[in-house]
Design a protein around this ligand. Structure first.
Ligand code: T4K
Length: 406
């Protein structure tokens, strides 16, 4: 328990954790289950090209979500780029400025201009009220993000896109296992893309999938992730190699068996964060809509620098020396990252909420690798820093270590 600023490792004390407590330590199922599947795959000699394990993984995902088509991919970034091309999106697509850079890059790499739109200050998701004003004759669609394991304003965006005759695609990288008003995510809009990166609630090491109810779009995506090949050797379209490999699917199936445990761990941690931080002024947890189910895989804090007397970055730096490795997703916002920042041809809508969130948001560790006791220890340190922000800043200034960017 920290009682003085000097108790923090940054100022010479002992760190709260001997090993790093990180955001994104993989959730893993039983090694024995994976090994048995890996052995079967090795004996079969089928390692890739939409083999039986990938097909089984796709089938389970389709069943769980009730979505007709699930196409497993090597990651979500390639999957997004593939769907953007398969949907024939062109010109401009409206996308939130507060998201992981992969969302924007997928558009740009597919030859589409991402038009960065501001987000809702409460949900951090694309704000439909700002979307409409950005629609021009060049707009072919909206790429919305179901951020932090929560559904965004799906109804409003669906109605808006239908009314304006443009397409709607969802980046659901964070949102496997989540639902919107009782319906599992996966079947909304023209398509949804999920990530199974090591850091996600369900992982295949690297991986992702495309889900859609549209038969034709599914067929196009399946072809495009396999070089545009049809019937083995006929190249029917432009394509890439976006296939998931068999061993990745085996890891996915293995981890899926413990999915409920992963979410239960997240829930217990989420409750602990709320319990420990609820009465701390200057820091608040993301408010989630109780009507939508979340996997709770992201613990998202917002800091009020004026109230605390210290910034998110100052707090994060001192936490890091405690071996509490929080992340400042998505600093500095896509609009302020290259190549978008320097591209003078890009439309430049104002995004004040994104800029505030990029300064104030901090994501904390959770998942199977973080116990409730770990969360309580991390929160003790965090609470002390927030409650003693002015002193923290003074000590940092004295040590002349303040740097605006880490
Ligand atoms: N759309 C959105 C909204 C996204 O957030 C993302 C990805 C995508 C699309 C694209 O999905 P993918 O193409 O990746 O499928 C991470 C992930 O790399 C990225 O998948 C994720 N979003 C993004 C938000 O975060 P980093 O750079 O913050 O995390 P990384 O890879 O440095 O790992 C974080 C910590 O996790 C490490 O300090 C240690 C731990 N870790 C990580 C790996 C990979 C492990 O303990 N074991 C591991 O194997 O990007």
């Amino acid at each position: 328990m920290k009682r003085h600023i000097s108790d923090f490792a940054f100022f010479g004390g002992a760190p709260a954790f001997s090993k790093p407590l990180v955001v994104g330590r993989p959730n893993l199922g039983e090694p024995k289950t994976f090994m048995a599947q890996a052995e079967a795959i090795m004996r079969s000699g089928i390692l890739s090209n939409h083999g039986p394990t990938v097909r089984a993984f796709e089938e389970v995902l389709a069943q769980r979500t009730g979505v007709l088509h699930c196409i497993a991919t090597c990651n979500a970034t390639v999957a997004l780029e593939v769907v953007v091309r398969a949907m024939d999106l062109c010109g401009e697509v409206i996308v939130p400025s507060f998201t992981f850079i992969a969302t924007a890059h997928a558009l740009r790499r597919a030859g589409v201009t991402p038009v960065f739109c501001d987000v809702d200050p409460v949900t951090h998701c694309l704000d439909p009220r700002h979307v409409e004003a950005l629609i021009t004759a060049r707009t072919s669609g909206v790429l919305a993000v179901n951020l932090w394991g929560q559904a965004c304003a799906i109804d409003e965006l669906t109605q808006l896109c239908q009314r304006r005759g443009i397409r709607l695609l969802f980046d659901s990288a964070h949102a496997f296992g989540c639902s919107f008003r009782g319906t599992p995510l996966g079947g909304f809009g023209d398509a949804e893309v999920f990530s199974f990166h090591a850091t996600k609630v369900l992982n295949t090491g690297e991986g992702g999938c495309i889900m859609t109810r549209n038969d034709e779009l599914a067929a196009r995506c399946a072809r495009m992730i396999n070089f545009g090949l049809e019937d083995g050797d006929t190249v029917a379209a432009l394509g890439t190699n976006g296939k998931m490999q068999e061993l990745a699917a085996a890891l996915g199936l293995t981890n899926l068996e413990r999915y409920d445990d992963f979410v239960a761990a997240n829930r217990a941690n989420d409750e602990a964060y709320h319990r420990c931080l609820n009465s701390t002024r200057g820091v608040r947890l993301l408010t989630r809509d109780p009507a939508n189910e979340s996997n709770l895989h992201y613990v998202v804090l917002e800091f009020e620098e004026d109230e605390i007397g210290a910034s998110r970055d100052e707090i994060m730096r001192v936490l890091a020396s405690e071996n509490i490795r929080s992340r400042r997703y998505f600093f500095p916002g896509c609009h302020a990252a290259e190549p978008y920042r320097s591209d003078r041809r890009m439309p430049r809508p104002l995004v004040p909420n994104t800029e505030r969130l990029a300064r104030n948001v901090l994501v904390m560790p959770t998942g199977m690798a973080a116990s409730v006791a770990d969360v309580e220890t991390a929160c003790d340190a965090l609470r002390f820093l927030v409650e003693n922000g002015a002193e923290l800043r003074a000590r940092l200034e004295k040590a002349s270590v303040i740097k605006p960017a880490l």
